[in-house]
Design a protein around this ligand. Structure first.
Ligand SMILES: Cc1cc2nc3c(=O)[nH]c(=O)nc-3n(C[C@H](O)[C@H](O)[C@H](O)COP(=O)(O)OP(=O)(O)OC[C@H]3O[C@@H](n4cnc5c(N)ncnc54)[C@H](O)[C@@H]3O)c2cc1C
Length: 384
């Protein structure tokens, strides 16, 4: 065997690909700077201090097939025409490649005191929010969270922090600033109104059609208002995780790579993309970034690489949308099988059950199953 398959990213998609490829006649090398997995959907709960972080990760070494060599480095650049990539100081050649590096926070060029802005795309960033928000609560009698971005990550994080402050006996002001006309524009009007009224009743202010224009490390300027001494979080979207990619490519605005039905890249039959890195067109609509799609795309891409190695025809990816839930700590909204709407505690329970189900060992599953059963009763999971 002298053919080399490189997988960039060992998240939901990359790990499934490793398993799908394990019997193929190829050397398999995984590049990922992390030594563990991360259950990203539970990051807002970790940031709010509601869930023990041990339920969110597992050592990659334990999960990967034995014949996968994990190199703990980030890939800096990929050259599709030269079939090379750069990780650390090394330049590596590949025969087959899967790009599954997920996504990272997109600051859209906003660069004022970046190191003081809280964002949520990794275990480390969630820990930082948990610890710093705890310290902020101790010194502020009237805490104020300003959230740039009213998508699901922004709202989930806002609610998690709001309830944490309330639990600490501090009434917390939360302002969500979003450039769009309305938050959650993909929801039908009645569902959107329900969420908006839940937020308003809880005391969350949403400022639509407004952008954050200034941050001096403490005070935020948004529209014509200045919010002083706030806990400032950025959840304004996500973008492609590999800094440099050379080749003839079609990409979405958020950097995702347009893929063929079999998840290979147009012009590059030996290169595949899966998960948040891929833009898969289903009947004219791009699949959303989600764990389940990433999981099955990774599996399909891995099998297709194995087919290519055997000289066989690849098969198209056939996505199945089981549904989604936006958990808001005290409420939720979601949809199952593209038709059944779900709300409140049922949605929350389903979300936490899925965090357990798509987790990596029995004790992580048990941890989330317990949360799904009890939700966040005071005594259950809060840790300070
Ligand atoms: C806060 C938050 C909440 C979410 N909530 C939900 C939810 O409720 N339900 C849902 O379905 N989805 C949710 N998502 C989206 C979901 O987590 C992603 O769609 C999914 O994780 C994507 O899987 P992936 O395998 O593409 O990437 P990931 O799981 O992110 O894995 C990417 C891997 O690539 C590695 N990597 C990154 N850069 C490089 C590099 N340059 N070189 C090498 N390796 C690299 C990373 O270390 C990581 O291990 C949420 C995401 C976030 C951030």
């Amino acid at each position: 065997m002298n053919r080399k398959t490189v997988i960039v990213g060992g998240g939901f998609a990359g790990r499934q690909a490793c398993h799908a490829l394990r019997k193929a006649d190829t050397e398999i090398v995984l590049y990922d700077p992390r030594s563990t997995t991360v259950m990203l959907p539970a990051l807002p709960d970790l940031a709010g201090g509601w869930v023990d972080e041990k339920f969110l990760f597992q050592s990659l070494e334990k999960l990967l097939p034995k014949n996968v060599r994990h190199v703990q480095k980030a890939v800096r650049s990929i050259d599709l025409d030269a079939k090379t990539l750069v990780a650390g100081d090394e330049t590596i050649t590949f025969d087959k490649l899967l790009i599954a590096a997920g996504s990272v926070t997109d600051f859209h060029g906003f660069d004022q005191h970046r190191d003081r802005i809280y964002h949520l795309d990794s275990l480390e960033s969630a820990r930082r929010i948990r610890d710093d928000f705890g310290a902020y609560l101790l010194k502020k009698d009237q805490p104020h969270v300003v959230m740039a971005g009213g998508g699901y990550t922004g709202l989930e994080l806002a609610m998690s922090l709001f309830y944490r402050a309330r639990f600490a006996g501090k009434p917390c002001r939360v302002t969500v600033v979003d450039p769009g006309k309305e938050i959650l524009p993909f929801l039908p009007e009645d569902k959107r109104k329900t969420i908006q009224s839940f937020l308003a009743k809880t005391g969350i202010t949403v400022l639509p059609e407004t952008r954050v224009t200034g941050f001096d490390g403490k005070n935020v300027t948004a529209g014509d208002q200045v919010f002083e001494d706030v806990f400032f979080c950025w959840a304004g979207g996500s973008t492609f995780a590999v800094p440099e990619l050379k080749g003839t490519l079609e990409r979405l605005r958020d950097g995702r790579l347009k893929v063929n039905p079999d998840l290979s890249l147009p012009n590059y039959p030996d290169v595949f993309a899966a998960g948040d890195a891929a833009a898969f067109d289903q009947n004219g609509q791009m699949l959303r970034k989600a764990v389940n799609f990433s999981w099955y795309e990774g599996k399909c891409a891995g099998k297709n690489i194995a087919r290519r190695l055997r000289g066989e025809q690849t098969k198209p990816f056939r996505p199945f949308d089981a549904g989604w839930v936006i958990p808001l700590h005290g409420d939720s909204v979601g949809q199952l099988f593209s038709r059944i709407w779900i709300r409140g505690k049922s949605g929350l329970r389903l979300h936490y059950f899925m965090c357990g189900f798509r987790n990596y060992n029995l004790s992580n599953f048990a941890g989330f199953a317990r949360i799904a059963a009890k939700l966040f009763k005071k005594e259950a999971h809060y840790e300070d």
